[in-house]
Design a protein around this ligand. Structure first.
Ligand code: PHE
Length: 340
């Protein structure tokens, strides 16, 4: 029986060394260690042994089972290792390979023009400020010399959250916020969204963008306003660009003006962009009203200032020849791709 056991072990080890697949190993396990396997058979026949032989053979049988089990497990593990190795090799990453083409977005034309304007004013020493789109009646109107029942409110109807809280109709409330928290000299612009309850068409949207400008210091004059806007227009639209100031009214500036630039397509001769006018209106401006300065705790006998507010969409549309404002908000990639 001892020889039988030894032969069994040798036979198994030899077969195991030739097993080429995990399935073949499993087959050997069943054949040798299974319930009806060869080792079990031998153990069953132990009853015929003498009481002296039984413990000796029993111990040997256990050792053989241990050795066989170990050999089978090792073989199985070696298959698993090989498999894992193969998988690792198949899945190696070449981190130097060029990546898949990820479609890249582009800047929105409004953002492009906004940044261009910011750069121009930063180069003139302006800061870029920010203000809330949800405003109080006070900042949007009253502090801007536009009390309740002022007729100018009619042209700027908006969306009310409460009687007192609204979506700002202009970036001008940021003038007040900046004058309240900083002392002159002030030189700032503030880009941002504004809202009016206008129906959507080719030239109107209930949401659009403005850039506010404000300069306050001792001795600021209308000449500074003109000089600043001339320089801006030349940097923005070309060195030949001229500005034209037309008298206008805003409650928070006095005197006030609407400002045109000479058409940068025809140079003033008249074309389809400027509608044969030779001029394109781009902003409103004026000298800060004494009431506004006083409301912010600034003595209008000591300090003066100018302010302007330009409509970004209008400039974007003129610059890129966009004839319908709705294109700017519809997120149609066929439109947007042209600016990428
Ligand atoms: N806030 C004005 C508007 O929206 C524009 C403006 C700004 C005019 C600053 C003068 C000074 O129409």
């Amino acid at each position: 029986m001892k020889e039988k056991l030894m032969r069994l072990q040798a036979e198994l080890e030899e077969k195991l060394s030739r097993a080429a697949t995990p399935d073949a190993v499993e087959e050997l396990r069943v054949r040798y260690l299974g319930k009806k396997g060869q080792l079990t058979d031998i153990l069953h026949s132990m009853g015929s042994l003498s009481p002296e032989e039984r413990p000796v053979i029993g111990e040997l049988a256990n050792r053989v089972r241990g050795a066989i089990t170990e050999a089978i497990n090792q073989k199985k593990a070696s298959f698993e290792r090989a498999l894992r190795q193969k998988k690792l090799e198949a899945e190696t990453l070449d981190i130097t390979a060029p990546s898949e083409q990820i479609p890249e977005g582009g800047r929105h034309p409004i953002a492009l023009v906004q940044e261009e304007i910011e750069r121009i004013f930063i180069s003139m020493g302006f800061t870029v400020e920010d203000g809330p789109e949800i405003e109080t009646d006070h900042y949007n109107f009253t502090a801007l010399n536009t009390p309740a029942d002022h007729p100018a409110r009619d042209t700027q109807d908006t969306f009310y959250i409460t009687d007192d809280v609204l979506l700002r109709t202009q970036t001008s409330p940021v003038q007040i916020r900046v004058m309240e928290k900083t002392r002159p000299p002030i030189r700032m612009i503030c880009p941002g969204r504004v809202y009016r309850s206008d129906a959507v068409d080719a030239t109107h949207s209930p949401m659009f963008h403005q850039i506010e400008g404000l300069v306050v210091d001792r001795g600021i004059t209308m000449g500074d306003l003109k000089g600043t806007l001339d320089l801006f227009a030349q940097k923005m639209f070309g060195a030949q660009t001229k500005t034209r100031f037309r008298p206008h009214h805003f409650p928070f500036t006095e005197p006030s003006a609407e400002v045109d630039v000479s058409c940068f397509v025809c140079g003033g001769d008249g074309c389809s962009l400027c509608k044969k006018e030779g001029w394109i209106e781009i902003l409103g401006a004026g000298m800060v009203h004494p009431n506004v300065l006083r409301g912010c705790g600034l003595d209008p006998e000591v300090y003066t200032g100018f302010a302007f507010g330009l409509g970004l969409e209008r400039i974007v549309m003129a610059r890129y020849g966009v004839n319908d404002m709705r294109y700017l908000y519809e997120n149609d990639v066929r439109f947007l791709r042209q600016f990428a």
